[in-house]
Design a protein around this ligand. Sequence first.
Ligand code: HMG
Length: 417
Amino acid sequence: MTHADKPQVGLDALGIAVPSLTLELTKLAAARGVEPGKFLDGLGVTRMSIPPLDEDTVTLAARAGKQALEQGGIDPNDIGLLVVGTETAVDHSKPVASYVQGLLGLSKACRVFETKHACYGATAGLQNALDWIRAGSNDGKKALVIGADIARYGLKTPGEPTQGAGAVAMVLSEAPRLVAFDRMVGTYANDVLDFWRPLYSKDAVVDGHYSVGCYLDALEGAYRAYREKAERASATGATATSDAKHAFFSDRFAAIAYHVPYGKMATKAHRHLRGIDGDSAATTYAEQVAPSLVYPRQVGNIYTGSLYLALASLLAEDPRDLAGQSIGMFSYGSGSCAEFWSGTVQLGAQARVRSSGWAKLIESQRRLEMPEYEEILNAREAIDNRPHQPHVEGGGAEARYLGVQEHRRMYSSPTSG
Ligand code: HMG
């Protein structure tokens, strides 16, 4: 089989869930006695999403999954693999994915599991799902991969302005209508303690400035590995594309979506990547990166879903026609593992995602005042002991966390309303 004959595998549909609440970082800055410019420009974040107490990782994942299935017009029985990547799971044993399988009414003939590797967890699920399809193990079925998290740091810590919450769901298939992913991947892993969450804590512990350096080292390792593979492949004629017209290697990408713990990190990452290419001016930020940061700047860090929120933002907000264009993807998970890979935007993909109304969804979040924000964060400490709140019939068509009864987490179903 020649390169051109290889079946395309990739992203077929995309869904997003954000909680109903948000905090403007100007309010946080005022309360913490910090210049607002530090959060807005220094970190590149304007707001952060905050989940109310009836929202958790399961409800976010289920809502994003439901939207992805609806956006793609996909029958739940066509899903043969469900993976939820998360680092804020709700149980030491039962996976978030099992709750989601039930809430979405997926087939019982479905492989269902959860993956964890900090923010890389959803990418681990995605790469495995792509290989599952490429190997033909899917038997004609599609995969649903979801990254869902509540990013939480302690009140009044340096990490506080880099919180957020949300989920991104991706349907992967052998006839992708949004992005066809290339098989070539550059991988880098390194045992570092830059960010972690001990078993006794709901808040992440982070060595903040060190973590920025670890992210950039991992980007360099993964990008160099990808670039070497691509250069080898083009030297042997295994790739169809000629790169002679590009001054720098990364010019081949119309855009690059990075993992976005906060907007400025993606800016730093892009500058670093262009430096590796030999472009010390790094003047391509506006076209190659800015459109992917529109949603992350308003939602904050959503850990496993952050890179894919950036991809959603790129597809929905980039004014250029990207059909047929190559894009780069960079995933980083603390601890650490990172990957750089690429894909091709499909014809009609941008119109398809624009009909999802994500900008309106994010804009409609209710703005919190500081006392309510702090009350919610403090109350979340005891969320896992929250007594069961009886479900009000007809109380909504969305999945909601109802508390714990006899050690069992209870949810209202998005399908029963
Ligand atoms: P900090 O020490 O409070 O901030 O914490 P700073 O002093 O470094 O300032 C931040 C930036 O604001 C600086 O710019 C300042 O110059 C600028 P930079 O030098 O970085 O370009 N600044 C201003 N700009 C405009 N107007 C002003 C002003 N004042 C200062 N008035 C830190 C920052 C990121 C360390 C902290 O927020 C933190 O610890 N966050 C959490 C960790 C994190 O997000 N790390 C990112 C890499 S690791 C990662 O991505 C993995 C992760 O997602 C987890 C996972 O994998 O699961 C986190």
